[in-house]
Design a protein around this ligand. Structure first.
Ligand code: C5P
Length: 217
């Protein structure tokens, strides 16, 4: 029997990629599958939480009746949903791979092939994590993710502070079988006390470790 240590808690989770429209048939996206965020949602729900899962475009399905799913496409839509849903939540887990830039304008018609170079003007998106970190009230918890290619621990530590997370989960792209699209992941959890390395595990087991940390914290 799963212990119900999140009974009655509201937890919001962002998951998956975002798509930023270029024209009616094209977008800027990324390789996030949503698997880690969906595993976290199932784990939280099985421990008694009411989960609001805010997901970018993914092919995954949700199973548990206590997962309320809000499907979004762009960083802007994810920002709107997350800001609204976090206000009465006990915790937020920000697992989504949110685009950092979005086209300055969306073309009305499909952009045609030309001989000349095509230049897309991009503008920064809102940082959902930083915004929720500012909005965070006493008693609310905020967990972030980081995917780094260099100076991993130092960069993740900077994000922990800048975005006001309670702890941050670092995935390394240097580890075989970890990260985007895989069913396994290898993480380091960093908080203000220090860091803990975990071995390579299934994403559901990784989700269990992260939620254990959230409950203990
Ligand atoms: O700064 P960076 O994108 O590496 O930070 C990663 C963390 O911030 C993740 O938890 C991610 O979900 C979150 N994030 C966000 N909104 C953005 C960019 C990142 O919530 N626009």
């Amino acid at each position: 029997e799963q212990q119900q240590d999140l009974a009655g808690r509201k937890i919001i989770i962002t998951a998956g990629p975002t798509y930023e429209k270029i024209d009616p048939v094209r977008f800027i996206g990324n390789y996030s599958s949503g698997k880690m965020g969906f595993a976290l949602a199932e784990e939280c729900a099985s421990r008694g939480a009411h989960v609001t899962l805010i997901s970018g475009p993914v092919t995954l399905k949700t199973q548990h009746p206590h997962i309320r799913r809000i499907d979004v496409e762009s960083a802007g839509e994810m920002y709107e949903a997350a800001s609204r849903e976090f206000t009465d939540a006990d915790a937020g887990i920000l697992c989504a791979a949110v685009a950092d830039f979005t086209p300055e304008s969306v073309a009305d018609h499909k952009i045609k092939r030309e001989k000349d170079d095509l230049v897309l003007q991009l503008k920064p998106t809102q940082d959902i994590a930083a915004s929720l970190g500012k909005q965070k009230k006493p008693g609310q918890k905020l967990v972030g993710f980081a995917l780094e290619t260099n100076d991993e621990r130092q960069n993740a530590q900077g994000k922990l502070e800048r975005k006001n997370f309670d702890f941050i989960v670092l995935n390394s792209l240097n580890d075989k079988g970890a990260g985007f699209r895989y069913d396994t992941n290898k993480i380091t959890i960093i908080d203000r006390q220090g860091y803990t390395d975990y071995p390579l595990k299934s994403k559901r087991e990784v989700a269990c470790d992260i939620i254990d940390k959230l409950v203990r914290n």
